[in-house]
Design a protein. Structure first.
Length: 127
């Protein structure tokens, strides 16, 4: 799935380059849109006690994005397990990869304890 994002002034440092930690927000937004695209409402899931939390992020910064750039963030699931999902994401400007990341999300219950991902969610993510 692809999400397009424009870089605003508040996303950058004093040199007009996207501040490195802001990529984590971009990646989170793209994963949220990925769930929405699959028909999964994360807010409704949390109300019934199913939440996804970030367990691990590996991120490689390859080239900077700058103020007023238009970025495409590509998101895919590379692995599904009983209680976790692994995402691979790339942030591109035109065809150039600026950032790549692997993120592992864990499904947790209301007590924030690991819990199996409901089967209907697995099925929706497989479409």
């Amino acid at each position: 799935m692809k999400m397009t994002k424009k870089v605003y002034y508040h996303d950058t440092d004093c040199g007009g380059v996207v501040y490195y930690a802001n990529y984590l927000k971009y990646l989170e937004e793209a994963r949220t849109e990925y769930f929405c695209d699959k028909g999964i409402d994360l807010k409704k899931l949390s109300q019934i006690g199913v939440m996804f939390v970030v367990r691990r992020v590996e991120i490689d910064y390859k080239s900077p994005a700058k103020y007023a750039d238009t970025l495409d963030i590509f998101t895919q699931i590379t692995r599904k397990k009983n209680v976790s999902l692994e995402f691979f994401q790339e942030v591109k400007r035109e065809d150039k990869v600026l950032v790549s990341a692997k993120t592992i999300l864990v499904s947790v219950n209301k007590e924030l304890r690991p819990a199996s991902i409901p089967q209907d969610i697995i099925e929706s993510l497989s479409k």
